[in-house]
Design a protein around this ligand. Structure first.
Ligand SMILES: [Zn+2]
Length: 387
């Protein structure tokens, strides 16, 4: 047992050192394959024998406070570990598979989110807009983007930004990714009676000022969030929507009245994560004609340097290191609000008006990152065409 405990710790500590976000333990015909997710992609790191496999699973169950036996069902647990002098929380999910139990662990970096809004990759202008939006006393502020685009981290940075002892700040999450100072957090579960809906109803009686709603994906959550916004609460939430301009229509599709959307949606922040060029091996190159065409940067070739990574020891030969968040911020001004209230929620029509009034679509942020030498033109194109 002692030795397997060491083995589990080694697996987790190496993942943290490698800056992995997830650890996968996949049962094979014989033994266990270990992979780490780093900068969005899985990398094979180790293979354990069948004997080690059993010891590791037993120890993990113990550390995550799960029953030691193997009930043939899905199980969720949490564990904490200290590494590099910091505390890390891990969510552990175990599922029975053909060759044994498959484990996936998500590593929550307790220090990461405290970086805050000013470290989220916003330009000065964007940062000012987001801070202005967060001063709105009531309404819904939505972060949006595909899975793994950093929406939750952005919401955490937002609520941390407005944390104030004179206000009651609360969350409803599934799961809670990390403990936030000055914020009361509730974990809901689709498997029990304590759902997003129950928690929202509860908070309306609990005198909350700011409510972070982990995910707005069903009609009940949308209706209750809109109701809370109308009755003086600030709602911070996220949706799985491609771009900011499509959010009004999505809310209407979830059953919220256009008039309520138009009057209670101060703004939307869409985000994407892109891989950054490794700054240790970056060199000038000419991006593909296609990516230059898409980004409208063809006329910059020759006058502005473009960079990519050559691959070095620092980045493990991958040519990229770390990630950067791209954004677009849609402020629902009087013009857009009136249009939406009048029932106009088609994204192309709203986009036309928004751009006329200064809205910068995400592609503009991508171009800026390319011209700053932080990201390749190809990477921006890859991430923007996610559908
Ligand atoms: Zn490199």
């Amino acid at each position: 047992m002692e030795q397997s405990g060491r083995l589990v710790n080694d697996i987790i500590e190496s993942a943290i050192t490698a800056k992995a976000t997830d650890i996968h333990l996949d049962p094979a015909r014989e033994g266990l394959d270990i992979r780490y997710r780093i900068d969005g992609a899985l990398h094979a790191v180790q293979h354990l024998s069948s004997a080690e496999q059993n010891a590791v699973i037993t120890q993990l169950r113990q550390m995550a406070d799960l029953p030691p036996t193997e009930p043939r069902s899905l199980q969720d647990g949490r564990l904490s570990i200290s590494a590099d002098g910091k505390e890390y929380d891990l969510r552990v999910s175990i599922m029975p598979m053909l060759f044994g139990e498959k484990v996936a662990m998500r590593i929550f970096d307790q220090a990461g989110v405290l970086l805050g809004l000013d470290k989220s990759g916003f330009t000065d202008e964007q940062l000012e807009t987001v801070k202005r939006l967060l001063k709105t006393p009531s309404g819904m502020i939505i972060s949006t983007g595909p899975a793994g685009s950093g929406k939750t981290t952005l919401l955490y940075s937002m609520i941390t930004e407005i944390a104030d002892p004179e206000k009651s700040l609360v969350t409803i999450e599934d799961p809670i990714e990390m403990a936030l100072p000055g914020v009361q957090q509730a974990q809901v579960s689709p498997w029990t009676d304590f759902t997003f809906g129950t928690a929202l109803r509860g908070y309306m009686r609990q005198d909350a000022d700011v409510i972070l709603v982990g995910e707005m994906r069903d009609t009940e959550t949308a209706a209750l969030s809109a109701h809370s916004a109308m009755t003086g609460h600030l709602i911070l939430s996220q949706m799985l929507v491609e771009d900011a301009i499509s959010v009004p229509q999505e809310l209407v599709d979830l059953g919220v009245d256009p008039w309520i959307v138009g009057r209670n949606l101060p703004g939307v922040v869409a985000c994407r994560l892109v891989k950054k060029v490794c700054q240790d091996c970056r060199e000038e190159y000419t991006p593909s004609a296609e990516s230059l065409e898409i980004l409208g940067l063809r006329d910059k070739v020759g006058s502005v340097p473009f960079y990519h990574g050559a691959g070095c020891e620092q980045c493990g030969g991958t040519a990229h290191k770390g990630r950067q968040q791209l954004h677009e911020i849609l402020v629902i001004d009087k013009n857009l609000s009136d249009m939406i209230c009048g029932g106009e929620t088609r994204s192309d029509v709203l986009l036309y008006t928004a751009v006329q009034h200064g809205f910068k679509p995400m592609i503009e942020d991508g171009k800026r990152a390319v011209l700053d030498g932080l990201v390749t033109a190809e990477e921006v194109c890859r991430v923007l065409s996610w559908r």
